[in-house]
Design a protein around this ligand. Sequence first.
Ligand code: PLP
Ligand code: TYF
Length: 402
Amino acid sequence: IFETVPGAPADIIFALTAAYKADTDPKKVNLGVGAYRTEEGKPWVLPVVKKADHIMVDDEDLDHEYLPILGLEGFRKASAKLILGADSKAIAEGRVGAAQCISGTGAVFTGAQFLSRHYPIKGAACYISNPTWANHRAIFEGVGIPVHEYPYWNPETKGLDLTGMLATMESAPEGSIFLIHPCAHNPTGVDPTPDQWKQIADVMERKAHFTFFDTAYQGFASGSLDKDAYSIRYFVERGFEMFIAQSFSKNFGLYSERAGNLTVVARTPEIKNHIESQIAKAQRAVISNPPAYGSRLVSLVLNDEKLYKEWEENLATMANRIIDMRKALFEELTKLGTPGTWNHIVDQIGMFSFTGLKKSQVQVLKEKYHVYLTDNGRISMAGLNTKNVKYFAAAVDDVVRN
Ligand code: PLP
Ligand code: TYF
């Protein structure tokens, strides 16, 4: 029956991990996937996660019953509070809803699926940044929402193309959907400043566009959970309605546990209730109800003062190691006198740096040096450590000169 089904291309980043694993060279470096690594190049189970694990194992009251369709209440509430702030007026006004989803990906999907069915402007398109996480286009197109791009990266300044971004927001049909990274932009590591957020919010408001934030790195950009939520809280304060997809993959190191949340900021409590009920109806037909382990763990930590503090310390460990690697890479390239400017490596924030390396240079890095990164020149900073940063800098120096 299926003779005519063509093969689909592999996910570029997952394919990169497979190629790295198959490489037998001892010097190999994986700067592909956005997953935290320790100084030893190993995945890190956060100490607070281990502690929470033990608490859950010893908890005689935990069972394996189904969670409610919208997930664990303590998790949903704590997730919304984490991103909007404990003192959020919108939460106090009862107009913030939440749905536990299959991690950040599932939260983007759930929001996109809802918009495809209930967004009042028929045919409205979703604008995604150029470049962005590849799944954004796939998810929105998958639910039948047309996708367009807005400029984001300026290759000349190796920074934000604010002019291009604002111009597209200005010229897009009124009431378009904009998918926005609130912090630690993937893949560029470039975020707007508070003044630039104001300019962005001004146009979004004037054009009545809908804001869909996707946050997968809260705590990773600056090391501060509050600072990394700045743009979202600013938009909420200005009265925007919005969706916020939250992932706990990176900031809890819970990648495979698929803990995520869709926070909904609606105009009134009644609208919030209607949105939640439609999401519940849709979620039931896709996953019936979400998995419990990751959300229980996150909920335990977010709702316990001592564990929360310990989590913040663990987050700072990860954020600071990444910041240290930025400095180390910058210093090595400066020492080598590598042609070009490299200050963007230390200026960019979060898990990734957009190096500006060309596809042909990336190819040489892979073939000659066994260094794995995506063709667009993105590197996952967590893949660097004090043992391989010199090697990587020398490799970059070589490909830039030749
Ligand atoms: N959104 C962005 C921008 C990401 O970089 C990621 C990747 O981790 C995700 C969403 C989703 O992550 P996950 O589904 O693993 O939580
Ligand atoms: O960009 C990254 O590396 C992470 C991990 O289909 C990821 O966001 C990559 C690809 C993908 C899902 C997650």
